[in-house]
Each structure stands twice: as structure tokens, then as C-alpha cells.
Design a protein around this ligand. Sequence first.
Ligand code: MD6
Ligand code: FE
Length: 215
Amino acid sequence: MHADLLSALPQNGRLTLGPGAWLLAGFASKRADELVAEVHRIAEAAPFRFMTTRGGHTMSVAMTNCGDVGWVTDRAGYRYAATDPLSGLHWPAMPPLFRELAKQAAAAGGFPDFSPDACLINRYAPGARMSLHQDRDERDLDAPIVSVSLGLPAAFLFGGQRRSDRPRRVLLRSGDVGVWGGPSRLAFHGIGPLPPGSDPLCGPYRFNLTFRTAL
Ligand code: MD6
Ligand code: FE
């Protein structure tokens, strides 16, 4: 692991990443096994797949979705879609546990009225990464994003409002939950290449659930 990672965060502590952006350490730990079981159930109906960007680049992170709409990308660009382009069927429903956890985390981060309609599920294998980006495909940018990490640890890169702002690095561990809104809602962020490892719950993977109000 890189020496500059902030890894001294106490279990159940909270770290302020920026104005309106919090990391709640271990917030989801107690339910992690149930969350992972739900991920596997969702992936039976809507399998993980490697999507393509508008520029024709295949992403290294495999993705699926649950909820009323799901985030998709292909040669036409990024958007939210009510159906899975692989099957033409609606995305699997958001499990009640997902919704409850996301609402509780948002409330703990100061956003008491969060009502997510979309959950993007990312699966990282060793070497998979997500380059710096902003989440700006949602209609209501006043709503926060809640992000749940499961499985192998990864380096979260948290930058500023400009792509050129040098990001800080924070270690995301299984059970950590990010709550992210207000002035930080459009901050650039990404995930560094996943180091190899074996997690008792997720084996060779890291899963990330990001809850949004998209519609
Ligand atoms: C990930 N997360 O953790 C990717 N976006 O795998 C994100 O891109 C993200 O964690 C917005 C807010 C929180 C996030
Ligand atoms: Fe993001």
C-alpha cells in the first residue's frame, strides 16, 4: 500500500473529505455479508459487464445496477436508463436493505431526506481503476451520493472542483461509507489501481455501491 494513504482512521470514526463530504468508517460493516449476498443476487439477473465509453474505451471496472434506473455508458455516452441494455428488462429492484442503509448513512452525514432511485454497482479486480471524474449525470445535484465499499481495500482519490487540482488519497476499506454532497458534490474523484489480495467476503474483488437520486 502507498505510504501517503490516510489509514489511521479509527473504526467507526468519521473523516471530513471536504465541505459536505464525509467518510463514515465501518458504517456498513455489520451488514456487509448481507450486502454482498444481495450483490450476487442482483448479478444473477443483471450480470456484471464491461461498458464502453463514448470514446470507445472499455472500462476496467465491471458494472451492473439496481433500482428504478441504472447508469450506463456506450458509444452514445453516459446516461441513466430504466432497462438493462443486455436484456431489455428493468434493472433488479433496489433491496430494502440497500435503501435503508443509504438513508441512514445520508442522515448521519447531514442529509436527512435522501431517497435514492439508482444504485450503480462497481466490481474491481486487481488492476482495475477509475480515472478522475465528476458525477454530473444526475438531474438533482442538491441530493448527495452515498458510496459503500465492500471487499478489498482501494485508494480513493479526492480532488477539487478542477481536474488539475491535486487529489488526496484515502484508503477505503470494506464497510466504509462515503456521503458526499453540498459544495463537494461536483468534486473530481477516482479510484487507484486495485492491489491484488484476498478478502474473506469478496475474494479477489472490491465492490462499490453508489446510491444516487438520478431522476
Ligand atoms: C468507487 N466511486 O468507489 C467509485 N462517486 O468505486 C465513485 O465514483 C463515487 O465513491 C461519487 C461519490 C462517491 C463515490
Ligand atoms: Fe463517481
